[in-house]
Design a binder for this molecule. Structure first.
Ligand code: N2P
Length: 386
């Protein structure tokens, strides 16, 4: 990071109405880098020698801006606004898990300009040489980022990534189907087998499901011990026959009342619950009080991008407080942008599914996928899916 960039990232002060969630992951970044032979001071930014570090020009390419993103994760009005402001049309492809995204990036050939991995997967993408370094001179709106998000354990100084939003993963349910909801993660895992015959949807991805089972057992969510995974697999295998779908595209189905119970992400559930309520279907979301799973998702420009200046223009655009506030209002997740809450209706900002108090969140875990962790998670997730 250059000295001038440090100045750009200096805290700007000013309080948002509410800051409910915290960035976690502690010192796990250095563990990952040690495993990869990187320097821990690089915070995941050690990068690959083949990646260019030279400054980009300022001319926005013709596009189209090709984005790979999680399902229904950007307000479509902002794609349109971006095109009229900057020129390039946008094209979006979906993926259902970090595993799928990394497989797509590693396979090459797609030339995405923007992707949205979870924070814990950024070091892996950087170390594989798949990330384009960010040119901070093209991101003046980085000044709007809450200071703690300039110090993410997986990418200190935003060398390759900028936090889009953050949330938690847990169980949700139709209140008319589960009238006496469990109050622990373990209780939820134990309930699933008894709900066989109901419509049960889990999201995709090793890093979405396994940590919830490890945490339910009081184990380290980023454990690399085989014995811990064997215990977690007991819960997961017992649940498996009752699970009717494993699909990260579920907001619409849940909003229609077509899913009875599942594992999902809190912003999605908040949004779907709102739609379902209009049809008289009440959806609940379990917010664990003792331990849970927290993540961030990150804007990242792949090394193979053909439109890197246009991609920077996109990131800079969504770092605007008004745009970020409109994004939160649309998709339900808190964003790390100072002043964005001025543009979020109270009802969305104060929703208990997403406005999780800081003292509860401080008990949550998040992880950084070291090669060792990725290997053991994929092994056991493969068994779960087979
Ligand atoms: C997509 C939400 C994705 C969150 N609607 C994944 N961390």
């Amino acid at each position: 990071m250059q000295d001038d960039e440090i100045k750009i990232l200096a805290p700007t002060g000013g309080m948002t109405r509410r800051r409910a969630m915290v960035a976690g992951a502690g010192g796990l970044a250095s563990l990952f880098l040690a495993a990869c032979g990187g320097k821990s001071s690089a915070g995941g930014g050690g990068g690959n020698a083949s990646v260019t570090t030279k400054k980009l020009g300022t001319e926005i390419e013709a596009g189209p801006l090709l984005m790979a993103n999680w399902p229904d994760y950007v307000d479509p009005a902002h794609y349109k606004a971006y095109t009229s402001k900057f020129g390039p049309k946008t094209k979006v492809e979906g993926y259902g898990s970090n595993d799928e995204l990394i497989a797509k990036l590693s396979a090459g050939g797609s030339n995405y300009d923007i992707v949205v991995p979870s924070g814990g997967y950024v070091p892996e993408i950087v170390q594989k040489g798949l990330a384009h370094p960010l040119d901070h001179s093209l991101l003046p709106n980085l000044k709007n980022l809450q200071p703690k998000f300039t110090q993410n354990a997986w990418d200190k100084g935003n060398k390759h990534s900028v936090t889009k939003d953050y949330g938690v993963t847990s169980f949700y349910y139709r209140k008319d189907v589960v009238s006496d909801p469990p109050d622990t993660l373990l209780g939820w895992w134990q309930l699933i087998p008894r709900l066989k015959g109901k419509s049960i949807n889990f999201i995709e991805g090793s890093g979405e499901t396994i940590p919830l089972a490890l945490l339910a057992l009081g184990l380290d969510a980023s454990s690399t011990k085989d014995a811990d995974y064997k215990e977690a697999m007991k819960l997961m295998s017992a649940a498996k026959p009752a699970i009717t779908n494993i699909n990260s595209t579920y907001i619409e189905r849940l909003g229609k009342g077509d899913i009875d119970v599942g594992v999902g992400w809190n912003g999605d559930i908040a949004r779907a619950a709102d739609t379902a309520a209009k049809k008289g279907v009440e959806i609940g979301f379990f917010v664990p009080q003792d331990r849970g799973w927290y993540w961030t998702d990150e804007w990242l420009i792949p090394a193979a991008s053909k439109n890197p200046v246009a991609a920077h223009a996109w990131i800079n655009y969504v770092l605007d407080p008004k745009v970020a506030g409109e994004e939160q209002s649309y998709m339900g997740y808190n964003t790390p942008i100072e002043g964005s809450l001025d543009y979020v209706p109270e009802k969305v900002a104060e929703n208990p599914m997403t406005a999780i108090p800081e003292d509860v969140l401080s008990k949550y875990s998040s992880g950084i996928n070291t090669p060792e962790l990725t290997a053991i998670q994929s092994k056991y997730y493969g068994l779960f899916r087979s």
